[in-house]
Each structure stands twice: as C-alpha cells, then as structure tokens.
Design a protein around this ligand. Structure first.
Ligand code: TA6
Length: 307
C-alpha cells in the first residue's frame, strides 16, 4: 500500500500537487494551479473536487459523505464498474450496487505537469480486467477510464463515471443535447421506455433516466449563472439522476435538503451498451467538463425554431 511519504516522494510537484490525509484519514491528491484546484482520493480513484479558476466548485460533494473502507464517497465522480446499479452477476447476490472499484484502494501510477494542467493516473486490477484512470485537472476536467481484458477469454462489463454536479436550484435547471434520444425511466424500478422530445430535459420530481446516446450534453444552471458542458467519448449511455426529496431521505449520507442543489449526469455504457472485450483488448470511457458563465453559446445549444 502506498504511504503518504511514498506518494509525496514519488509524485508531489511542488505546491501544484501534494498528497495528504483527507476525510477519515483516507489519502488524497490535492491540486492547486493557476488553472484550477481539485482533489482525488486513492479510495475509489475518486475525484471529489474540481474548481476551475474564476468559477465556483463544479462537483457536488455531500456534507454527510462517509470516508471509510467499504463505503463510496457520496458526490464527486464515483466509478461504477464492472456493473451499474444492481446489475450484479446472478451468482453474487450480495455484491454491492455499482460494482466493486469505487470502494477499492487504487494506486497512483503516474503524475505529471503539462503546462498549467496536472495529469494523475490511478490504476487497479480486478481480474480479468486491469484498469487505468487518467484525470487531467485544468481549466477543463478530463477523466478517462481505460479497461483492458487481461484474460484469454472474452469479457463484458458496464461502466458509469457517476458525476455529481452542484447546481443552484434543480427546478430551474435544463439539460440540453439529449434531443430525440431514447431513454429508460428507472424511477421506482419502472424500466419504461421513452424518447426525449424536442425540448431540453427539465426536473419536477425524482429523475433516474438512462439515455442511449453517444452525444455530450450541457447543464444550463441559471441558479449559479453558468453552464456545464459534459462531453464524452467511448460512451453510448448517459445517466441523469436527481433523487428528489423522497429518495434523498432514504440515504444517510445525503442531506434531506440537499437534493435541490445537485444533479448527476453520468457518461457510461450500460445494459444493451455494455462493453464486450476480446482477450487483450481495451476500451476507454471518458468525460470532459467545461464551465462557462451563463449567456455564452455552448456546443450543445439547440436551435428551437419557433413557428
Ligand atoms: O445513477 C443513478 C443511480 O443508479 C440511482 O438509481 C441511485 O441509486 C444512485 O445511482 C446512487 O446510487 P448509490 O449506490 O451510490 O447510492
């Protein structure tokens, strides 16, 4: 296991990247550059904070998050792998929701400065897979999970980069870029199928939709006067989730009154879009976040022609 001294001796980059004991004593990387500040735990290779210069914190992190072995940190960007939600193998009925790696202890494999960016690489093994997770902290946030099938037989997995975002007031938020995309509504286990019409997604209740789309999307957040562009590659699914008041009350690490201030938009590959890898093959699922002050055009704006 990498100690704090090991990590700082091998990977610290003056004051731009240091390692320290964070919540619950779990070890974390702390990034401070002209471009941004950020942090990521070795527990789950879990990015918990990213604040590009000139903006407020972008990622939502629960004030009730628990920092301990066996528990996923509530907020930031948990990595769901090798299954999503309860899609666990039939022979592992007691396996945890969202897979095994968000509570695993990853190792730091590399750290580098690239201009004003800090690039961190985490790694872990979960046979038959080897995983490398590269996070670029800068004026954008790039996060890419490369999965390799290290066995001699084909393997299949689901993945979601379960990104929690801070928003001003969920009832005023719109998500653009999902026009016409098919989605599954999984609220209450429904599993009903729908198609996103010609209007952005808005929120008036518990929302738990798995979209089939390779396109990125944009969170329009008038409450915080900003847009968050969520671009992605190697991803054929996007999950959009807000628990609303009822479900928020069922989660001990989620404040009862915190739901209006958060939204999950999760690049992934889920269910029919699970990834199948032949022996020795690799696949990367990646997200890229950029923040703009509201009012500037974004790459997912829809031109809705009013008739
Ligand atoms: O991504 C949406 C979702 O699958 C929701 O159904 C909800 O369960 C959320 O993930 C959080 O899951 P967790 O296991 O972290 O409480």
């Amino acid at each position: 296991m990498q100690t704090l001294d090991d990590l700082n001796a091998r990977f610290a980059l003056e004051d731009a990247l240091v390692f320290e004991a964070g919540g619950g004593g779990l070890l974390r990387a702390v990034v401070r550059t002209r471009a941004c500040t950020g942090e990521a735990y070795l527990h789950g290779a879990h990015v918990t904070r990213w604040r590009p210069s000139g903006h407020d914190e972008v990622l939502w992190l629960s004030s009730l998050a628990e920092y301990r072995a066996g528990k996923a940190i509530r907020g930031g960007i948990p990595i769901c792998f090798p299954w999503f939600a309860g899609h666990k193998p039939a022979d592992q009925p007691d396996a945890p929701s969202h897979g095994l790696v968000r509570t695993a202890l990853w190792r730091v494999d590399a750290a580098a400065r690239d201009g004003d960016d800090i690039v961190l690489t985490f790694a872990t093994d979960l046979p038959p897979y080897t995983l490398r997770y590269t996070v670029r902290f800068g004026t954008a946030l790039d996060y890419a999970l490369a999965v390799t099938n290290a066995s001699a037989t084909p393997a299949a997995f689901e993945v979601a980069l379960h990104s929690y975002f801070s928003v001003g007031e969920i009832k005023r938020v719109e998500v653009a870029g999902l026009l016409g995309a098919a989605y599954e509504n999984t609220v209450g286990g429904a599993g009903t199928r729908h198609t996103q019409g010609d209007a952005p997604l808005t929120f008036a209740g518990e929302t738990d939709f798995i979209y089939a789309t390779t396109a990125g999307c944009t969170i329009h957040d008038p409450g915080l006067s900003r847009t968050i562009e969520v671009d992605k590659r190697g991803s054929a699914s996007t999950v959009v989730w807000n628990p609303w008041a009822g479900k928020a009350r069922t989660m001990g690490d989620f404040g009862d009154d915190a739901w209006p201030g958060m939204l999950c938009v999760e690049p992934g590959n889920i269910a029919p879009n699970a990834v199948r890898l032949g022996p020795g093959r690799s696949h990367t699922t990646a997200g890229r976040l950029r923040v703009q002050t509201a009012g500037k055009a974004d790459s997912h704006s829809e031109v809705v022609v009013s008739h």
